[in-house]
Ligand binder design. Structure first.
Ligand code: SAM
Length: 267
């Protein structure tokens, strides 16, 4: 089942359910869970080498010039972006550019989102600290690490096992112990862990999967990009309140596609 978003007035978008005519998805695998907390690694304190200090300066500059200067004003989000060592989540050869104002390749044809996009989505989700959150699209694990600082519990799901395993190991190493990594088709949400106070989708859907609405608490928020072409994707914040589902259009963004039963077909 898919959900249609339509414009009621210039600022208000409503959401209605419809059945998606999809012949796909006959086989649904139960997501496999990789447990960050059951780590056999010792948590490694981040060393205070000059390189680390240099990264800390780049991180501060990123927060000031890319985030605060462009309207990110949730202080908790800014603090989380200042805390998480983004350089750990990009391939070693690209670490010098880890705080650049652009997405970077992480292998398997996927990307770590631009810092501004990560901060914007976290701010849009209006997180206060007690929430249980689902992130769809683990990728490098960076977005999950940022969310980990902002909420009580993070579940993140990735369809590509190699990325999920790598992210899980890294999140263990860096001691982000409230993150649970799952492997599976996140276009179906994560039913056995629902409900969630917020669902943040880091790949662009074909539509709003109804599973997300079903797996959201009353008062919960979904932040999701929708659209096929990168040039025509829009980011939406969807609220579920007393049975009504309302969407705000937050403007244009560019994401890789959400591939799965309730997303796009694998290329
Ligand atoms: N949050 C990530 C980070 O911080 O690195 C960025 C993620 S990248 C922009 C989008 C990710 O969504 C990719 O890793 C891709 O494999 C994943 N993805 C696409 N479709 C998916 C699906 N149906 N379920 C789970 N993950 C999916």
């Amino acid at each position: 089942m898919c959900v249609t978003i339509y414009k009621e007035s210039p600022r208000k978008w409503l959401v209605r359910s419809r059945f998606a005519a999809s012949g796909r998805g006959a086989i649904r695998r139960t997501p496999e869970t990789l447990t960050v907390q059951e780590s056999h690694y010792q948590s490694l304190p981040i060393s205070v080498s000059p390189t680390t200090n240099e990264f800390a300066k780049l991180r501060q500059s990123m927060v000031d010039s890319q985030l605060r200067a462009r309207g990110i004003c949730d202080e908790r989000v800014l603090e989380a972006m200042l805390f998480v060592p983004r350089e750990e989540f990009v391939p070693e050869v690209l670490q010098a550019d880890a705080y650049g104002d652009w997405p970077q390749p992480i292998g398997a044809g996927q990307t770590i989102s631009q810092p501004y996009t990560v901060a914007y989505m976290a701010q849009a989700a209006q997180l206060r600290g007690e929430e249980k959150v689902l992130e769809v699209g683990t990728g490098s694990g960076y977005g999950a690490a940022v969310l980990s600082v902002l909420v009580a519990e993070v579940h993140t799901i990735e369809r590509l096992p190699a990325l999920a395993h790598r992210a899980c190991e890294l999140l263990k190493k860096l001691d982000f112990g409230n993150v649970h990594v799952h492997i599976g088709d996140g276009s179906l949400g994560l039913p056995h862990e629902a409900p969630f106070d917020a669902i943040i989708v880091t790949a662009a859907g074909k539509c709003l999967p109804s599973a997300y609405v079903d797996q959201l608490t009353d008062g919960g928020r979904i932040v999701i990009p929708i659209g096929q072409q990168k040039s025509s994707q829009h980011l939406y914040r969807i609220y579920r309140k007393r049975g009504e589902v309302i969407a705000d259009d937050l403007g244009r963004f560019a994401f890789v596609p959400l591939i799965g039963d309730q997303g796009w077909e694998s290329p």
